[in-house]
Each structure stands twice: as C-alpha cells, then as structure tokens.
Design a protein around this ligand. Structure first.
Ligand code: PEP
Ligand code: MN
Length: 289
C-alpha cells in the first residue's frame, strides 16, 4: 500500500535528504548503464579481493555468463590484522578495469582513504564505503563531493538511524547517488559471522527513498547459508545483492569461508530469477512503502 505524506511525516527524521518524507518516489541510482532500485534485483558479485589479473578476468567472465550485473573486487582491504593480505592497491583496480573491458560489467570497489579517491574514480564505476568506515565523516564528505555512485555499507554496530545519517553526509555534499547495503551486524550469536538484519530492508524502504541491497556473504560468513539468505533478501524487497565468489574458496586470500563458487553462483541466480518473478507484486508493495 502506498504511503501518504502524513504517514511518513509522523516522526520528523534528522536525515532530511535521505528521508522519504520529502521524497516519496524511490530513487534509482544508475551505475554505468545499469539501474539500481527500478524494481528489479541487481546482482553484484566477485571475489572479496582482487588477487591477480587472471583470477579477476576469469571469474568476471563466469559471473557475467551466469547473470551478474556488476563485478565486485577489493583492492584496498580493511583487514583485522595488519599481517593479513591488504589488497593489491592501484594494481588491483587496474585489473578490475581490465575485467570490465573484457566483460562489460561495471565495477565496484572499496576506497578507505580520501587521498586514493581521485585515482580510484579513474578505474571504478561505484565506490564502496566499507562497514568500518561508515562513520568516517571526512571520507563520506569526500565521496559526497564526487558524482560517483556510492555503495554505503552499514557499520558493524550502527543503528539504522546512524546509517541513514551517514547517507545524509554524502547527499548533503551534493552526491545523490547513494545505495545502502545491509551486511550484518554484531550480536551475541557466534554460529554466523554476523547477524544479517533483514528487518533493515522494509525499515529502510519505509524511512528512505534510497535503494538498499543485501550482502549475505558478510552477513553470514558461511558459504552454505548464502543462497538461503539471498532468497530471503529478495523476498523481503531488497533492490539487490552483493555476493562474494571465488574459483577456489579454500585458497582465497580473504573471506574464503563465505565465498561461493561460480557454479554455486549460477544455481543461486536460477533460484533468484524464479523468486523475483513469483514475488514481483510483493516486492512492489515493499518498494512503495
Ligand atoms: C568487503 O566487501 O569485502 C568488506 C570488507 O565488507 P564490509 O565492509 O561489509 O566488512
Ligand atoms: Mn570480504
């Protein structure tokens, strides 16, 4: 059922630009030619880290053939340990751009430092702000001063309001191209890496006009749970998914445990396509609040 202005205005939000109260129409963010938030399910997929030129080009081809719309791959990695693989840096972004040349898939990658932003924008189509940087306000302002689409991940312990306030930082600098990403939050549960808060999907749809996608890879931390939670995300109205995929997850340089293989990705896409068709009306209801 569509919302009325009176309904959304019940509680004035501190995030004026991100709020649905002042912007009833859902925002569509265009990355290269691809539209996110137009009612369809956008699927971004790729390895946690770009590891080599061959690795990223090979998997990009496979993911594209299986129906991915965007290619992901980290070149600047926010690792818990300074001794873990930190990413290939600019070289990784070059490989990612090559994979785009080969497949035509637009690319998304994380930027952690303001100084890297102009260089990274030369190679990538969408800038990812990682969970650990959701409250890095200078970085948010810096991406807000660009026109690049931004994928803003939810902080590990951030409330939905704090997350929308972070989106507000980007919007208030003049960049309207923000896509939110639910990637799981810290809870007492240890069976999974994080607790994927799918409540965030209908809540964000109610409170904001911005598109929201879901990351079941970081949300669960376990490859075997990724398909189930991808389906749940689509059923509850998410505008898309971002998935980690690797040809040999057991030897991945980061996040192998939660990475699915291209074969598993292909079967996941078949499930998603069936689901997307069968629950189109339900999804539209969520989209319209
Ligand atoms: C990632 O996408 O590989 C990543 C580090 O994600 P997050 O910031 O959500 O942990
Ligand atoms: Mn990862």
């Amino acid at each position: 059922m569509a919302m009325t202005i009176r309904e959304v205005n019940k509680k004035p939000a501190p995030y004026k630009l991100a709020s649905r109260a002042n912007h009833l129409e859902p925002t569509i963010v265009t990355v290269a030619q691809h539209k996110i938030g137009d009612g369809s399910v956008t699927v971004m997929a790729g390895p946690c880290s770009v590891e080599s030129r061959d690795q990223i080009i090979e998997i990009a081809r496979q993911l594209k053939d299986a129906g991915a719309h965007l290619l992901r791959g980290g070149a600047f990695k926010p690792r818990s340990s300074p001794y873990s693989f930190q990413g290939l840096g600019e070289t990784g972004l070059k490989f990612l751009a090559e994979a785009r040349e080969v497949t035509g898939l637009p690319v998304v990658s994380e930027v952690m430092e303001i100084e890297h932003l102009p260089m990274a924008c030369e190679y990538i189509d969408m800038v990812q702000i990682g969970a650990r940087n959701m409250q890095n306000y200078p970085l948010l302002k810096a991406v807000g001063r660009t026109t690049k689409p931004v994928l803003l991940k939810r902080g590990l312990s951030a409330t939905i309001e704090e997350w929308l306030m972070s989106a507000e930082y980007i919007l208030s600098e003049g960049n309207p191209n923000v896509v939110l990403c639910e990637r799981g939050i810290r809870t007492f549960e240890t069976a999974t890496r994080n607790t994927l808060d799918l409540n965030a999907v209908p809540v964000v749809k109610h409170l904001s006009h911005l598109p929201i996608i879901v990351d079941p890879s970081h949300g669960t931390g376990v490859a075997r749970y990724v398909t189930a939670m991808s389906m749940a995300a689509v059923a509850c109205g998410a505008d898309g998914l971002i998935l980690e995929a690797h040809n040999t997850p057991e030897s991945a340089l980061s996040d192998g445990d939660q990475s699915i293989t291209p074969g598993e990705f292909e079967s996941l896409m078949r499930h998603i396509n069936v689901l997307e068709e069968s629950c189109a009306q339900l999804r539209e209801g969520v989209l319209n609040g």
